[in-house]
Ligand binder design. Structure first.
Ligand code: TPP
Ligand code: MG
Length: 314
């Protein structure tokens, strides 16, 4: 992926998320969703650090991760509209869509819920000597769940090829990290299980990609799991309709200066080989993709009730 493709992907994810926030307000899509506005560099960095055969899981805030991994944004949008053309045929919605064919083993509405699942994927790879690594994305709040400790303990004990990647976006719903995390740094919790723990700048695409690649390749070689903490900021509310009374607009304005897309754009503008016209072409491409998403979703047939039974296991 060249750097302009990275820029286009980050813009596409940003526009996707801004568009669904608007569609909710307009009543054109139902339910709820959690957007990753401000966190796009993590999504693109993770995807760039994995190999095609690797596996990943994510959280309730996973649209960006899925699109960066190679999912067709049209089908992600169709899923949000509850349409049959969506990745889970309209039955998964925002928090439960998956695309195993892309090595994307799902979003998960249960905080920390995908951590044991990712350990299971890694165990299968280890037992069957597949050399595939599982990468599990979780939030800072999830690191206070019992599952965090159970899953990492087992993964460390069995040296499973799994990487736990924390998107530290400063908040778990309305609770700031300073009021939720007793030791302040998620990465330092790795020491309790004898595995490497590293904190990286989550708003720098290249820093995330390099850290992920190093951790994933070490796991592939049998070194066992590791924990990466990507420092970022959730620029919008927790989910739709969040008035953000628990933080100030000044804090948000300060964080916006570190917006990963603005940072990348500034870096690109400073490069002699990148022109304004090139950046505008990337912006137009992202807009076209998202316009096509909405049109595709609206024209698609609704979820087919006959599929419901076929996917019912218990
Ligand atoms: C087991 C469980 N407990 C509580 C919730 C409600 N809940 C949904 S999102 C969330 C906060 C998660 O915060 P974090 O892990 O930091 O992820 P972020 O929303 O910041 O991406 C909570 C508590 C849940 N979905 N599952
Ligand atoms: Mg959080």
């Amino acid at each position: 992926m060249d750097i302009l493709e990275v820029y286009t992907m980050m813009l596409t994810i940003r526009l996707f998320e801004q568009t669904i926030e608007r569609l909710f307000l307009e009543g054109r899509i139902m339910g709820t969703a959690h957007t990753c506005i401000g966190q796009e560099a993590v999504a693109v960095g993770v995807a760039a650090g994995l190999r095609p055969e690797d596996m990943m899981t994510t959280t309730h805030r996973g649209h960006g991760h899925m699109i960066a991994r190679g999912a067709d944004p049209k089908r992600v949008m169709a899923e949000l509209f509850g349409r049959d053309t969506g990745y889970s045929h309209g039955y998964g919605g925002s928090q439960m869509m998956m695309a195993p064919e892309l090595g994307f083993y799902g979003a998960n509405g249960i905080t920390a819920g995908s951590m044991a699942f990712a350990a299971g994927l890694a165990l299968e790879s280890q037992v069957n000597k597949r050399k595939r690594v599982a990468l599990c994305i979780l939030g800072d709040g999830a690191s206070n769940e019992g599952m965090f400790h159970e899953a990492i303990n087992l993964a460390a004990l069995w040296k499973l090829p799994v990487v736990y990647l924390v998107e530290n976006n400063g908040y778990a719903m309305s609770t700031p990290v300073s009021q939720g995390l007793a030791n302040g740094r998620v990465a330092d919790r790795a020491a309790a299980y004898g595995i490497p723990g590293r904190r990286v700048d989550g708003n720098d695409f290249a820093a995330v990609r390099d850290a992920v690649s190093r951790a994933v390749e070490a796991a592939r070689l049998g070194a066992g799991p590791s924990l990466l903490e990507c420092m970022t900021y959730r620029l919008t509310g927790h989910s739709k309709g969040d008035p953000r009374v628990y933080r100030t607009r000044e804090e948000e304005a300060q964080a916006a200066k570190n917006d990963p897309i603005v940072r990348l754009e500034n870096r690109l503008r400073a490069e002699a080989t990148v022109t304004d016209a090139m950046l505008e072409r990337c912006q137009a491409a992202a807009r076209e993709t998202i316009d096509a998403c909405v049109a595709f979703a609206e024209e698609s047939p609704a979820a087919d009730a006959r599929r419901f039974k076929a996917g019912l296991f218990a």
